[in-house]
Write a protein that binds this ligand. Structure first.
Ligand SMILES: C[S@@+](CC[C@H](N)C(=O)[O-])C[C@H]1O[C@@H](n2cnc3c(N)ncnc32)[C@H](O)[C@@H]1O
Length: 274
């Protein structure tokens, strides 16, 4: 079979199974098995694929057909300026979180050797992206899940200014005084979780569940970690699009709490200072 035939076969089967974005997903898996960029497909599409690669292609296609998220099928995903390893047990980095990283980078770029703490790191997409972009920074990534930790460690390999801490943030983790604490904690209301898309439900519940009102982890951060932020430091949070008003009440240890919208015009980020 040539690569183009594999692509066409995947598109057909995904369409028949009513899987969304069939063409894009088919392109991603054929390029993944061949270890090429999607943009290089045209150069390779008439190449024969080995029996071994055909088997790999079939297993990836089966995963997609069974509803597995594309990101888990190919095992990696682009976020900000890097590629992150992902798989079952870790949240897939989202585009809206890139905006949080952009904001953090903007706020940190003129600081000398800033100390940054990323609470609830997951894959490490936030903390590692900041560490790579802000030279001289020291970034502490705190994550409780041992499944997520596997990916966090893999993604942080070779990034010397990242320190990983395997801990539960509800237990007051011992951390240095930070110029910035940044976090995208679980923020979905427990009762809303079952109604999420089936693909999202494959992601770890622990990464999604923000308690009865979705605000549990923001209260923890307000109560336990305000003291870990320098007087001129900042707290940066990702929030759910309906949490903009509530967050101002929750963050009562902070003097100023500003809600910022994402590219779609939804409340999405919070910058707080003491
Ligand atoms: C919404 S995900 C965010 C992951 C990553 N920061 C991102 O933006 O893609 C929240 C993360 O918090 C972790 N988590 C949940 N409860 C935690 C706790 N008590 N202590 C530390 N991490 C926790 C989950 O395992 C998950 O990786």
């Amino acid at each position: 079979m040539i690569l183009n035939e594999a692509y066409n076969l995947a598109v057909d089967k995904l369409n028949i199974a009513n899987i969304d974005e069939a063409e894009f997903k088919a392109l991603c898996i054929v390029c993944d098995i061949k270890n090429i960029r999607n943009s290089e497909f045209a150069l390779f599409k008439n190449q024969e694929i080995s029996e071994e690669l055909e088997q790999l292609f079939n297993s990836k296609l089966d995963m997609l057909l069974s509803g597995e998220p594309l990101q888990y099928v190919i095992g990696k995903w682009d976020f900000y300026e890097s590629e992150f390893f992902v798989g079952r047990g870790v949240l897939i980095p989202r585009p809206e979180t890139e905006e949080l990283v952009e904001l953090a980078v903007k706020m940190l770029k003129d600081k000398q050797n800033p100390i940054v703490v990323d609470l609830c790191s997951g894959s490490g997409c936030i903390g590692i992206s900041v560490a790579k972009k802000i030279k001289g920074s020291s970034v502490y990534c705190v994550e409780k899940s041992s499944d997520a930790l596997v990916y966090l460690q893999k993604n942080a390999a070779g990034v010397d200014n990242v320190k990983i801490i395997n801990a539960d943030i509800t237990k007051d983790v011992d951390l240095p005084l930070a110029d910035m604490i940044i976090s995208n904690p679980p923020y979905i209301k427990t009762s809303d979780i079952e109604a999420l898309q089936s693909e999202v439900l494959i992601e770890p519940k622990m990464a999604l569940d923000g308690g009865d009102d979705g605000l549990y982890f923001y209260r923890v951060i307000n109560d336990l970690y305000c003291k870990n932020i320098k007087a001129d430091g900042s707290l940066l949070l990702e929030i759910g699009n309906e949490q903009g008003e509530d967050i101002k009440e929750v963050l009562n240890n902070f003097e100023s709490v500003k809600v910022i919208k994402d590219m779609y015009g939804n409340d999405r980020m919070v910058v707080a200072s003491k």
